[in-house]
Write a protein that binds this ligand. Structure first.
Ligand SMILES: [Zn+2]
Length: 190
């Protein structure tokens, strides 16, 4: 792990803390709350979502729950993920916690066609693409593997099959990619 990467990661965490003073990071394996959510997700998805503890970052309120081995993760990948999570923090500020919870978890359905969860995640995954372009470059953001991974988040058990229509998710992806690439070409845009 390069020192530079770690410095960039820590600087970004400080930036989030400046914007959200109550922001804190908790390791999922040390949190009874995270373990309870893990169990609930396994039950709800019939075992389809088994990576909540080991792979996923989760923001609830001002707290970011991080997966096992957080400190050993590639710090630039962590920054890309944190850019996504910061979008959720801003959504919660915009919508309030009850509003965000209602839209994210329940409407119109908790599983299968969770349209508002899909829209909220879509905004966050667009930021994932933007961060990937800025930190990893054009080839990385255009990689087929990235598309496959992001599209599957929408169509699989990962988020409770929130929008299980690959065609429409791929269309969103095309639009987001185009938006990100074209703003990346503008020298003044950030
Ligand atoms: Zn997300």
């Amino acid at each position: 792990m390069s020192e530079d990467g770690l410095a960039i990661r820590n600087r970004f965490i400080a930036e989030i803390q400046a914007e959200f003073p109550n922001f804190r990071i908790i390791k999922k394996e040390q949190s009874a709350f995270a373990k309870a959510i893990d169990l609930g997700l396994k039950l709800l998805t019939l075992g389809g979502q088994r990576e909540f503890m080991s792979r996923y970052f989760t923001v609830i309120g001002d707290t970011l729950y991080v997966p096992k081995g957080f400190d050993e993760l590639d710090p630039i990948n962590v920054v890309i993920t944190l850019r996504h999570e910061r979008v959720h923090l801003r959504q919660r500020r915009r919508l309030t916690l009850p509003g965000m919870t209602l839209l994210y978890l329940l409407l119109p359905f908790p599983l299968g066609m969770a349209y508002f969860r899909a829209r909220l995640e879509w905004e966050a995954y667009t930021e994932t693409l933007r961060a990937t372009l800025e930190l990893r470059g054009r080839d990385a953001v255009m990689a087929a593997a990235l598309r496959e991974r992001v599209v599957s988040q929408f169509t699989s058990a990962a988020y409770g099959w929130m929008w299980p229509f690959p065609k429409s998710v791929n269309r969103w992806y095309d639009e987001a990619l185009q938006e990100v690439l074209s703003s990346g070409d503008t020298p003044l845009a950030r």
